[in-house]
Design a protein around this ligand. Sequence first.
Ligand SMILES: CCCCCCCC/C=C\CCCCCCCCCC(=O)SCCNC(=O)CCNC(=O)[C@H](O)C(C)(C)COP(=O)(O)OP(=O)(O)OC[C@H]1O[C@@H](n2cnc3c(N)ncnc32)[C@H](O)[C@@H]1OP(=O)(O)O
Ligand SMILES: Cc1cc2nc3c(=O)[nH]c(=O)nc-3n(C[C@H](O)[C@H](O)[C@H](O)COP(=O)(O)OP(=O)(O)OC[C@H]3O[C@@H](n4cnc5c(N)ncnc54)[C@H](O)[C@@H]3O)c2cc1C
Length: 673
Amino acid sequence: MGNLNKEIRDGDHPDITEERLKSTFDTHKMAAQIYNSQRAADRRNEITSAVLKIPELQDIKPLPFLSREEKVEEAARKIGILSEHLYDLVNVNDGAELYHLNNVVIGGEGNPLALHGVMFIPVLQAQATDEQKKKWLYRAMKREIIGTYAQTEMGHGSNLRKLETTATYDKATEEFVLNSPTTTSMKWWPGNLGKSTNYAVVVATLIINEKDYGPHSFMVQLRDENTHKPLPNIEVGDIGPKMAYNATDNGFLKLNHLRIPRTNMLMKHVKVEKDGTYIKPPHAKMSYSAMVHVRAHMNNTMAYFLASSLTIAVRYSSIRRQGHINPKEPEVKVLEYQTQQHRLFPHIARAYAFSFAGAETVRLYEKVKKDMESGETELMADLHALTSGLKSVVTYLTMQGIEQARQSCGGHGYSMASYISEIYGIAIGGCTYEGENMVMLLQLARYLMKAAKAVKEGKKVEGLVGYLSAPDNRHSLIDRTPEKSYDTYLKTFEHIARQQIFRAFDKLEKMLTSGLPHSEAWNKCSVELTRASRLHTRLFIAQAFARRVHDVVDFHIKEALDDLLHLHLNYELLDVASYALEDGHLCGEQMNFIRSELYRSLGKIRPNAVSYVDAWELSDMELRSVLGRRDGHVYENLYKWAQNSSLNRTDVLPVFEKYLKPLMMSARKNSKL
Ligand SMILES: CCCCCCCC/C=C\CCCCCCCCCC(=O)SCCNC(=O)CCNC(=O)[C@H](O)C(C)(C)COP(=O)(O)OP(=O)(O)OC[C@H]1O[C@@H](n2cnc3c(N)ncnc32)[C@H](O)[C@@H]1OP(=O)(O)O
Ligand SMILES: Cc1cc2nc3c(=O)[nH]c(=O)nc-3n(C[C@H](O)[C@H](O)[C@H](O)COP(=O)(O)OP(=O)(O)OC[C@H]3O[C@@H](n4cnc5c(N)ncnc54)[C@H](O)[C@@H]3O)c2cc1C
């Protein structure tokens, strides 16, 4: 039958092998849950193996030792080589395979085609007419041109309706005049805009006959296709180094009365006729599709970032020995400490939960995308609400989890040898991009307030907010029913979310009744509103986790996932318990029960800890972490890694003669006086 944990190899550190031998489940079967099919999990490993056989695709040295320019060059070099091998390595129509190939070969720090794949192609697919697709999309797919999505400006990112870049229609010439009238109107932030791309979908405020029609999308050629020099009336460049993600040239763009043909406006759903007549889209927010596309996929990318950090931390914790639990016995693996388990295991459960919630979200996204192609827009509001909440909650909790993973590695976690700080830097960008988290929580809150109003008016609501109409127990049944059921936990989460949604609603209504204008009342309730959004979203995540466990057929996988779910529900409930204590839905006795279940869960998870992270099947090449090495041989490799430091090229640095020697000489001279 072989080992259940598929990472076991001869010569590995015995401490990590000992962990893997304890596995109660087949890690490759678990990978099928994480990646949604056995075939997808197999393909990931096949792609990794194929990449390992191509020497030019390996990192020239550990990425933390590269300068920013070297990072940009290295990513571009690999993109060039990848293009030669692409069709042999992956199915180019499979986004998951492409994403995996990118993670293995290039990693998360970015590459010249990042925004091309993530936004430029999707926006053309969703918003270009057939004729426009022929002109740009097919060239983009063949990488004859490289594009990005240029929406955010120096002065405005969140509030799209106040974008200053204008696209003014000139009926006489049948052109749009694109203009950045102020410094703050410059596009600022778009990925790869700075140096890599030669085209961009620019989002600008459409003006026809002096009337403002709001943000619309326009195709703009930025650079000459042969020389790559910026075209006339275009100023473009890189915005400088960032917290992380520095292989990517996030850029600025100033358009100086640039004229583009009328047919460069993306017109699948919305139109400007030759005479300037404006024809509305079936839904006002259809042009926001590229943002929804990314938000819908972010749960999975965040789950991946979180799982990467936890793989590093848990593997390292299984070979790191420090201190004693029993003074008569040798030093223990730090993973034995309950505090270490409490620090890491709930985040493992979250990574799984985000992946399962992500799979459901992508399914809904695919349905809405298909509907939109035929002008059907009914589910757009549901999708927008769901992705807005998830994007915010998942990125925030991912940030917490990665930082805990780093701290759990002690001093070595702070070294770039762990690579956790880079993963952290990349992941937390997600709290900001695709809609600042508070802004997106408030978008979900609009949807929740509408639902609450409907319920108050005696109407029945369904779907994602159906629980607002469902019967509620005054007291939680956790620990009060003979059978062990997750339903009691989910009902408690429902109660908490429902109470908070109505609390925010009542507060808002009270202020409105007192005569406060809606926007002021909204602002004064906004903390309560974001709380409602978070609780609603955390309920959805817990439900999605429970739905997945319910559907699993394999006994051992189901059992292992069930343990994680149990931990998740107890940990998350403790995290939000104050809401349930406030109105007596939970009592102190139940809190004690939940706490003791949490501690019991940590013990249950412990033997499988390494296997839970191994099941993500993240290769050494993609983890890029000395601490997270599959074989557990950390210490000798930490020493090897440090040899890459340019400071070690000579024993004595020039700064010694220049500054340190004079400093010490003069100090010595003074002390002799
Ligand atoms: C296999 C593919 C893999 C893809 C993987 C991608 C993941 C990559 C992850 C990691 C790798 C690192 C790579 C980094 C890539 C970075 C990419 C980042 C790119 C960007 O950041 S692009 C710029 C993003 N900008 C924003 O998100 C701006 C945020 N602001 C807005 O979206 C809007 O301004 C707003 C929604 C906040 C408000 O819009 P507005 O028009 O003013 O509308 P309102 O008045 O507030 O609302 C009116 C009404 O409309 C409804 N609504 C709003 N939006 C939508 C929508 N999209 N769909 C449906 N309905 C919508 C809203 O709910 C209101 O409804 P109501 O009146 O309440 O009924
Ligand atoms: C790594 C990275 C990559 C990016 N890539 C791209 C890209 O490819 N293309 C692109 O176009 N853009 C890109 N962006 C820009 C990004 O989309 C915006 O920065 C983001 O949407 C946030 O907008 P902002 O910067 O205007 O934040 P601001 O809105 O200025 O946020 C500042 C503060 O104001 C608060 N705030 C703002 N409005 C409200 C409100 N209505 N109610 C309550 N609070 C509010 C926010 O919560 C926040 O606390 C990228 C950004 C990053 C960090």
